[in-house]
Design a protein around this ligand. Structure first.
Ligand code: NAD
Length: 275
């Protein structure tokens, strides 16, 4: 059955792949992104391949912008059946320079060098808002369409760092832990009105957000990039297509008794102690 799927952050690397895969299954896709051009480009590609999609500018941190998007979606595609909360990311202001604090670090005056003590609360707030509030607000707006109807669900995008925090990125790790926790909370809260809520916890995918952290300009891996591969039993980064089958399953009635789960898609990263 064709459903109306709303995807935030849909102009991005991972969610554009999910949008195309869901469109191939016959679903109608509303692609929401801060960057209208990126969302429209993905929508145009889907439409050119015989699918149905619209690109809409929307900010997941502004209720009014989401309401406007919802009105347009309801008019053009119908009521929302599936919401994928894909917008998210990290910020350099919520990131320390080194994985561990050393005593000498307190005397390091190099430009841009940041210890835990230098982290800017504005950077931390940016990351918490984008990932957590940016999941909460679209859910408030779009889940209203789903109440009491069959076959509706929400898919959040958490991360590996929600299970065990990654070094250097306390804000992003904490914010994604909040997304995982919220997924369980919502699953329970919506259990009587027919809305399932689950999440993906992707491992490491080379995208524009992390490329400079993980690869050198010549394409070779940075020390952190290599560390990730060493900690991933399957020995590679994820490809966006690796997320597709789990997404199709969680958005389909095939998973009609599955709610409140956070599924790692990580080549074994979260299962491996490193020893
Ligand atoms: P991406 O940067 O390619 O895509 C994110 C998209 O979100 C961008 O198109 C951006 O314009 C949009 N966006 C940013 N702020 C927004 C806002 N306020 N309102 C609406 N749209 C906004 O990132 P990606 O790697 O495809 O990540 C998608 C999701 O997967 C994110 O939640 C990310 O945290 C998560 N994730 C990524 C990885 C990875 O390795 N890349 C791993 C785990 C989880």
């Amino acid at each position: 059955m064709s459903k109306v799927v709303v995807i935030t952050g849909a102009g991005g690397v991972l969610c554009s792949t999910l949008a195309k895969a869901l469109a191939k299954k016959g679903h109608k896709i509303a692609l929401l992104d801060l960057k209208l051009e990126a969302a429209e480009e993905v929508a145009n590609g889907i439409n050119a391949n015989g699918g149905t999609a619209i690109g809409i500018v929307a900010n997941v941190l502004e209720k009014e912008s989401l309401e406007t998007a919802k009105n347009e979606i309801n008019k053009k595609l119908g009521r929302c059946d599936i919401l994928i909360n894909g917008a998210g990311g990290n910020h350099p202001l919520g990131t320390t320079s080194n994985p561990h604090l050393k005593e000498d670090d307190l005397n390091n005056t190099a430009e841009g060098f940041k210890t835990f003590f230098d982290l800017d609360p504005e950077g931390i707030k940016f990351v918490f808002n984008l990932n957590f509030i940016g999941t909460l607000l679209p859910t408030q707006i779009f889940a209203k369409d789903m109440v009491g109807r069959k076959g509706c669900s929400i898919l959040n995008i958490s991360s590996m760092n929600a299970f065990t925090p990654l070094t250097k990125i306390p804000a992003y790790s904490g914010a994604k832990a909040a997304v995982s926790n919220f997924t369980q909370w919502l699953a329970v809260h919506f259990s009587k009105v027919g809305i399932r809520v689950n999440a993906l916890a992707p491992g490491f995918f080379l995208t524009d957000q992390n490329r400079t952290l993980l690869t050198e300009t010549d394409g070779s891996l940075t020390q952190r990039g290599q560390q990730i591969i060493d900690q991933t039993p399957m020995g590679r980064y994820g490809e966006p297509d690796d997320l597709v089958s789990t997404t199709l399953y969680l958005c389909d009635d095939a998973s009609s008794f599955v709610t409140g789960v956070v599924i790692p898609i990580d080549g074994g990263f979260s299962a491996y102690s490193g020893v």
